[in-house]
Design a binder for this molecule. Structure first.
Ligand SMILES: NC(=O)c1ccc[n+]([C@@H]2O[C@H](COP(=O)([O-])OP(=O)(O)OC[C@H]3O[C@@H](n4cnc5c(N)ncnc54)[C@H](O)[C@@H]3O)[C@@H](O)[C@H]2O)c1
Ligand SMILES: O=C(O)C[C@H](O)C(=O)O
Length: 309
């Protein structure tokens, strides 16, 4: 099956590479607006195949969406990344235009594709893609929760000196500083994390996770790509293999958690139809208040998008 990745920059190229070397798709199409970039990176990934032993066909194109026709999943990473001193929301004006035009092209050639948005500001770019594609909410979703949760799990593994494989967790809310940590739902090999770590240390890890993207922007002058690219590929895998994995995913809420018409990260079951089910956790009052803060923030940025269009 065919998967398209739009944007052959840091995140898009990483995602295409993971899709290829892990043989998640049979065919990967990489698209960029900059002449030759997607072609070059796709060729590089293909030339790695005899070394790393995979046979996923990888093709790059400059703006030729006819080559993306019939894609089962499309990952959209095109858009500006932030620089130090910027928030993700500062990217809205430029990236909304890019996500809109890319989504319109994609849907022309792959009307049934599930679209996975990566471009920032994530929740609102997912909203933009939903408006532009007019597809059902289960098929227009955003990647952030897997990444935010992975950061939290990695920090915990480091602190507890255990394998990251054994940390299970879920975070909710928008992709930003208002994300909603859920230590109550975090386990270490099945043991509640609260039995393994002091509260002040856990609080510090939660705080670091909230600003995890910014930490990397400060270090590198641009945003992260290895974990984001892998996280997007993991969502693609769950969809194309109909794995029914349980992940936090950005999706339009339609009454779940008492929230309507807002894009937020929530735990879902991800399978061949995209979001198969939104899982509703029984949040306590503190968690509900944090989710409400997150909703208000995302709604404000959604209204900026409404004013722009
Ligand atoms: N959701 C997340 O968790 C997450 C994580 C990391 C990055 N991001 C976001 O992903 C986006 C990409 O980040 P990056 O580091 O790969 O940036 P990058 O600059 O390395 O790559 C972006 C690519 O998009 C291309 N592009 C721009 N306009 C295009 C268009 N109209 N059509 C096709 N391609 C176009 C550019 O030429 C460039 O190659 C940013 O908005 C960033 O903030 C999100
Ligand atoms: O921080 C960013 O701007 C990119 C991305 O959203 C991230 O969390 O790494």
């Amino acid at each position: 099956m065919k998967v398209t990745v739009v944007g052959a920059g840091n995140v898009g190229a990483t995602c295409a590479d993971v899709l290829a070397y892990r043989e998640i798709a049979n065919e990967v199409i990489l698209v960029d607006i900059k002449e030759g970039v997607a072609e070059g990176k796709a060729l590089d990934v293909w030339q790695k195949a005899p070394i790393n032993l995979y046979d996923t066909k990888t093709t790059g194109v400059t703006n030729d969406y006819s080559k993306t026709a019939g894609s089962e999943v499309v990952v959209i990473t095109s858009g500006l990344p932030r620089k130090p001193g910027m928030t993700r929301d500062d990217l809205i004006e430029t990236n909304a235009g890019i996500v809109k035009s890319v989504t319109e092209q994609i849907i022309k050639y792959s009307p049934d594709a599930t679209i996975v948005i990566v471009s920032n500001p994530l929740d609102v770019m997912t909203y933009q893609a939903h408006i532009s594609s007019k597809n059902s909410r289960n098929k227009v979703i955003g990647m952030a929760g897997i990444l935010d949760t992975a950061r939290y799990r990695a920090f915990l593994a480091e602190e507890l000196n255990v394998s990251p494989k054994d940390i299970q967790a879920v975070l909710m809310g928008g992709h930003g500083d208002t994300m909603v940590p859920l230590p109550r739902y975090t386990t270490v090999g099945g043991i509640p994390v609260t039995e393994m770590i002091a509260k002040d240390k856990l609080d510090a890890i939660i705080e670091r996770t909230k600003f995890g993207g910014g930490e990397l922007v400060k270090l590198m002058g641009t945003s992260a790509w290895y974990a984001p690219g892998s996280a997007a590929a993991q969502m693609v895998e769950a969809i194309v293999k109909d794995q029914r994995r349980v992940f936090p995913v950005c999706v339009k809420l339609e009454g779940e958690y008492g929230i309507d018409d807002c894009y937020l990260g929530v735990p879902v079951i991800l399978g061949k139809n995209g979001v198969e089910k939104v899982i509703e956790l029984d949040l306590n009052e503190d968690e509900k208040a944090l989710l409400e803060d997150s909703r208000q923030h995302v709604k404000e940025v959604m209204s900026v998008l409404d004013r722009l269009s």
